[in-house]
Design a binder for this molecule. Structure first.
Ligand code: NAD
Ligand code: TYD
Length: 378
């Protein structure tokens, strides 16, 4: 079936993987990558698909209601996969207003434009879908209450044997009450509520997913894993917040993109699905793994760069532990993570080491100059 789908935030980290997957897998679809190109948006992420006939890039702010309404009419949009957001917790602590504007008002603007356009059609909401990508951070933070030596009641598919134990007895379920702590997660929680409200009030066919931390190629080097790979390479200090004992649940980005494809096509309207690989790690353990991998791949003595670890003041309101229970998605739609964590880390480190130019362009200011010349600044 021919479809016309807008993917917002397609020039960002996860969005670029979703765009690539859809453009390659669905040549009959019209795929529109809608992105404002903030500091986090980078069209170099999509060089390999930019010439494809079923792909189009539109530079637009999701808060621009009029422009988006017109685009929906012009392109006869029947599906929206919404990833555009301000996504970095540290930035949200410094500048919460930008997060409220983009994540809350931007999402509301898309919803309202979609509502007006779809309700104007004879078939109305039939065959339409508004898919909102959210985060596990909306659920708040979990306790680290697993007594030493006690095994959790599941076998993990994605993580290594060494690290497969959960750090606590509780997991985020789709029914877990929202309890966001950071301005980032508060803004995402608010946008999730608006999306569900558009289903409950107007009957819009929405779906929401909440995913754990992603890692992989094309992630902006302000986030833990790419930042540390880059710093190790250049032998710069590795700023570990607090004691490095916070726990995150990591998923390879291509596994997230596959889940998005599956849920967009087969997920039940108005449902929520948690996405995660049962793959909890303490930050400090990840950091050790990343250091060992970078050292080995660069031909340095393994562990040579451990002394770059620098403990710094903790992040304000730093959530202790995130852990997603994704068994609903596994059970109902048959999704599974495909990679062991060590394999994913190895692939990721290799990618950053092989794509030094991509990283250098972002970190050197070349990237800013390029966009200024291409698009007249930001
Ligand atoms: P990212 O910061 O790498 O990319 C965000 C993209 O959105 C960029 O291309 C940026 O230019 C664009 N954008 C920002 N503001 C915009 C605006 N006003 N109008 C149009 N485009 C705008 O983010 P990411 O890590 O790829 O995350 C994508 C989505 O997935 C976000 O909604 C995030 O909350 C969610 N998420 C991320 C993770 C993670 O670990 N990265 C985990 C779960 C959920
Ligand atoms: P991050 O990649 O920012 O993702 P999130 O905050 O959304 O989980 O951070 C992952 C973890 O790593 C988080 O516990 C904060 C920690 N962290 C550091 O210790 N040092 C750093 O420089 C960064 C960016 C993060």
């Amino acid at each position: 079936m021919k479809r016309s789908i807008v993917i917002t935030g397609g020039a960002g980290f996860i969005g670029s993987h979703v765009v690539r997957l859809f453009v390659n897998k669905y040549p009959e679809y019209n795929i529109i990558n809608l992105d404002k190109l903030t500091y986090a948006g980078n069209l170099a992420n999509l060089k390999d698909v930019e010439q494809c006939p079923n792909y189009k890039f539109v530079r637009m702010d999701i808060c621009d209601f009029e422009a988006f309404y017109q685009l929906m009419q012009q392109e006869k949009v029947d599906g929206i996969i919404h990833l555009a957001a301000e996504s970095h917790v540290d930035r949200s602590i410094k500048d919460p207003f930008t997060f409220a504007r983009t994540n809350v008002m931007g999402t509301l603007s898309l919803l309202q434009a979609a509502k007006l356009y779809w309700e104007s059609l004879p078939e109305k909401y039939e065959g339409k879908r508004f898919y909102h990508i959210s985060t596990d951070e909306v659920y708040g933070a979990l306790e680290m209450d697993r007594p030493e030596g006690v095994e959790p009641p599941f076998t993990t598919t994605a993580s290594s044997s060494e690290h497969h134990l959960a750090y606590g007895s509780e997991f985020f379920l789709e029914t877990t009450k929202y309890n966001p702590h950071s301005p980032y997660s508060a803004s995402k929680a608010s946008s999730d509520h608006f999306v569900r409200a558009y289903h409950d009030t107007y009957g819009m066919p929405t779906v929401v997913t909440n995913c754990s931390n992603n890692y992989g190629p094309y992630q902006f080097p302000e986030k833990l894993i790419p930042l540390f790979i880059n710093n190790i390479r250049h032998r710069r200090p590795l700023p570990v917040y607090g004691k490095g004992e916070n726990v995150r649940d990591w998923l390879y980005v291509e596994d997230h993109a596959r889940a998005i494809d599956l849920i967009f096509h087969k997920g039940t309207v108005a449902e929520t699905y948690n996405i995660g690989g049962f793959n909890e790690w303490k930050n400090i353990d990840i950091i050790h793994t990343v250091i060992r991998t970078v050292d080995r791949l660069l031909g340095r003595a393994e562990g040579e760069d451990l002394d770059l670890i620098t403990y710094v003041t903790d992040r304000l309101g730093h959530d202790a532990r995130y852990a997603i229970d994704s068994s609903k998605l596994q059970r109902e739609l048959g999704w599974e993570p495909s990679l062991q964590f060590e394999e994913g880390i190895e692939r990721t480190v290799r990618w950053y080491l092989d794509n030094e130019e991509w990283l250098a362009n972002i970190t050197s200011g070349e990237y800013e100059k390029y966009y200024e010349s291409m698009y007249g600044g930001r």
